[in-house]
Design a protein around this ligand. Structure first.
Ligand code: SF4
Length: 233
């Protein structure tokens, strides 16, 4: 274990742990570490308690959990919140790798510098990148100003060899067919050739922006046929 990680083992950066999932890391049995805090405020966010709350689980506890799952789980998803906000994520990924687990990160793409280092040093195995909204509407939807950081992350993932996916959460009253087509067009032009995942918003009572159930109809037959598209609930 690195000295840096030893010094921060007591950090309670993680809000909660999902002990087992077959759905969140492609072709891997995995657990999920939900990091507290986020730099966005997407109105439809299902996790306000994670975004606004404090971490409750120390790195030491999380690593001990993984030690108890060696040879039973294959991977760990670092999610949140926004895991790339945690300043010692790189040291943590080193230790998780040393324990023999593969790593997926779920990210909004606002920390391209860290993402690039993680890719170059082969500390992560899969990335799910949120493409929140078309560039011109980005700030309005997520309440975050630096869309260029997301664009940088997208471009470096497309240039890299790491497996990754791009996904958008669709709330029909926030994003129209024209908005999603703008995203599809941009992905196509930038050279993304993977599947584009559209995750339908499912109404829950508590969201970041107290979102209401969608009223608008979304006609998926009007989507551009430039990429493989998969809808998820
Ligand atoms: S949905 Fe938005 S606010 Fe919620 S964790 Fe993801 S980026 Fe942050």
């Amino acid at each position: 274990m690195s000295n840096l990680l030893k010094n921060v083992l007591a950090d309670k950066a993680i809000h909660s742990i999902t002990k087992f999932t077959t759905l969140d890391f492609p072709n891997r049995l995995a657990s999920i570490f939900w990091f507290a805090k986020c730099n966005m405020a997407c109105p439809y966010c299902y996790n306000p308690q994670i975004v606004r709350g404090e971490g409750l689980i120390s790195l030491e506890e999380a690593l001990n959990f993984l030690r108890s799952r060696q040879n039973r789980l294959e991977g760990v998803v670092l999610s949140g919140g926004e895991c790339t906000l945690y300043p010692h994520l790189e040291a943590l990924t080193c230790e998780i790798k040393r324990l023999g687990f593969q790593i997926k990160i779920d990210t909004n793409g606002t920390n391209p510098t860290l993402l690039e280092r993680l890719i170059e040093n082969e500390m992560i195995d899969y990335v799910a990148l949120d493409y929140k909204a078309p560039i011109e509407k980005y700030e309005e939807v997520v309440h975050y100003r630096h869309v260029e950081r997301f664009e940088h992350s997208l471009e470096l993932l497309i240039r890299s060899k790491i497996p990754f996916e791009v996904r958008t959460t669709l709330h029909n009253d926030l994003l129209s067919v024209a908005d999603i087509n703008a995203v599809i067009q941009d992905l196509h032009v930038k050279g993304y050739r993977g599947t584009y995942y559209i995750q339908r918003y499912l109404h829950v009572e508590e969201t970041m922006g107290n979102t209401m159930p969608p009223q608008n109809i979304f006609d998926r037959t009007k989507l551009l046929d430039l990429l493989p598209i998969s809808f998820r609930n």
